[in-house]
Write a protein that binds this ligand. Structure first.
Ligand code: ATP
Length: 249
């Protein structure tokens, strides 16, 4: 078994509108897989349908050898798959301490040695135990995103779904968070599925990329193909040109 995540012909309808129209994606264990596409192309819907935040009506989903449908996900799913969202302000309860935020997933999944695990998780994301009893509303955006990453990693998942994990952050902080994610992937042999509108981020972080448009995957290419212009869809070329037009360097 080499496929960590397999999505086959996934269909997501919102009131008759196909946000995902028979999308298929295969992600190998240890791979870092990018999903790019213009706004509204269905990138977030794809991640949300995998985690059960959105229901899919047709098609199949296999994660770490188990099949899932609709919105129902079991404990084993969340031990295997964790998600980091774009907005660290929305994804962490502001009136909970960091300690509480990190303890919760450990309790849900029945981990022991919680104190040591929390200390280690804070170290791993570069914050240290001085942050343990702060409230999340006392943290900067970058610090919050570090906590969100610690909260995802603390249950030792195999797969991390990352939905624009740095796009709400300042450019200097973005690079730090991307480096942190890259280090965690390396140390833990994680599988990443990363959504970003920023082709620069995807080129830096991913090995393979699916290009989405209008709820469909237009093409899937190795990330080098973007740099070497070895892709076939005209849409991919336009996406690349639009993305380069934004770069100042
Ligand atoms: N809950 C919902 N109800 C109805 N339509 C929705 C819902 N969520 C998303 N959509 C629609 O589905 C389409 C895909 O949205 P999605 O958020 O997946 O796009 P995206 O590629 O992630 O865009 P962005 O880069 O702007 O976040 C859009 O047309 C959006 O308006």
């Amino acid at each position: 078994m080499t496929t960590a995540l397999s999505i086959r012909d996934m269909l997501v309808h919102y009131d008759g509108f196909a946000a995902l129209n028979r999308v298929s994606v295969d992600v190998e264990y240890g791979q870092s897989y990018g999903i790019v596409g213009e706004s509204g192309s269905g990138k977030s819907t794809l991640l949300r349908a995998v985690t059960g935040l959105t229901s899919f009506q047709e098609g199949s989903l296999t994660v770490d050898g188990r099949s899932y449908s609709g919105r129902k996900r079991d404990h084993a799913f969340y031990r295997t798959v964790q998600m980091v969202f774009q907005d660290p302000y929305g994804s962490l309860h502001p009136r909970q301490t960091v300690d509480r935020l990190l303890l919760e997933p450990l309790t849900i999944h029945g981990f022991d040695n919680v104190d040591a695990r929390i200390a280690r998780a804070l170290d791993e994301v570069g914050l240290g135990s001085g942050f343990r009893f702060r409230y999340s509303h006392q943290l900067s955006g970058g610090q919050r995103q570090r906590i969100a990453i610690a909260r995802a990693l603390i249950v030792e998942p195999k797969i991390l779904l990352l939905d624009e994990p740095t796009s709400a952050l300042d450019a200097s902080i973005q690079a730090e968070i991307l480096n942190l994610l890259e280090q965690a992937r390396h140390d833990r042999n994680l599988t990443f599925v990363m959504v970003s509108h920023d082709l620069g981020v995807i080129s830096h972080m991913c090995e393979r990329v699916a290009v989405m448009k209008g709820g469909e995957v237009v093409e899937t290419v190795p990330v080098d193909a973007l740099e070497n212009r070895q892709f076939s869809a005209d849409y991919t070329r336009r996406l690349l040109v639009a993305s380069e037009g934004f770069r100042r360097d």
